[in-house]
Design a protein around this ligand. Sequence first.
Ligand SMILES: Cc1ncc(COP(=O)(O)O)c(C=O)c1O
Length: 379
Amino acid sequence: MSDLERTLEKALEMIEREGLARALEPGGGIDFTSNDYLGLSTSPGFREKVRCNIDREVLSAPASRLLRGTHPRHLELEEKLAEFKGTEAALIFPTGYQANLGLLTSILGPEDRVLSDELNHASIIDGLRLSGAQKHIYRHIDPGELEKELARPHPGGKTFIVTESYFSMDGDIAPLERYTALAAKYSASLLVDDAHATGIFGPHRGSGLAEELGIERDCAAIVSTFGKALGGFGAFVAGSRMLVDWLINRSRPFIITTATPPLLLAMMEAGLELCAEAAPRTRVHSLAGRLRNSLADGGIDCSSSSGPIVPIVVGGNEAALEAARALQERGLDVRAVRPPTVAPGSSRLRIAVHADHAEADIDRLAAALLEILERETAG
Ligand SMILES: Cc1ncc(COP(=O)(O)O)c(C=O)c1O
């Protein structure tokens, strides 16, 4: 064993002792874990559309977008995405992680100030770190603290607010209309990560919470992903034409990487087309409501969340792992989410309800959760 391997072995043993070790485990049982909220990834309709959309002549684009990597389909899809989000323009990024990094590092600099929700996704945290901007982390969904901070003068730089719209680990919603009003009052720019809301919220196009709250044009930028309700992979940033032109010229995670292959564009297009149907969206909200009601009847309150993400905070790492294992043994694929993804002491079962779950699946899950969690508290 090399010196490096010995050091890694010791560190891994420590991680294991803290109940924080991770391993790659393929899914089995009913999927209550993935972000495939509309059940698209396993639906025959999605597979068929992807198959039809594939251009057999052009599968890949092995060059960066600024060189030969831009295929007419990128541009066509970007136009459709702008229409979908209700903005002037949109730009595809390989992943949501890169979209947040690429957005934040290209528009923020060390002279700027950014106010960021304490529960924002790691890709936002990393983007802010790399940007060098002056950070103020405000308490989760606290417009009062946000306003206090905004009221402090910040000469010499711009001010930004950055937030997820629908929080991925808590299933709660940021008051985006209040944030847009605050942004206007204090001349700040609002950046919204709409990843988990895309395909789930929005009365007309199902494009997310920016649409639901009618604030698409009040946001300086909106990040969305294909790897959640849209059933595929990849991401895009939507905003003004000026913003997108800036990203094309200055966003290193967009520029210095290979273009998203047309093979994947076929999947993105399929997700976008299918998300126009309102019925699966309505169904997922109703199934999630059914789960929350059953849990509430049994004494587990999940009312701070809404939509398909239903978190049940267990507390300890081992307790969360144990509960997840017990559910998996019953054929219900629920996973434990532990630090650093969530704060220490708030390990949880993060349940994702899907439109293709049967009512009976939801009822089985609720009954198993009530039984297992009661046993855990008793033991
Ligand atoms: C809120 C949020 N933003 C961005 C991302 C990153 O997206 P992707 O998985 O496409 O990199 C995720 C997903 O993990 C997320 O939950």
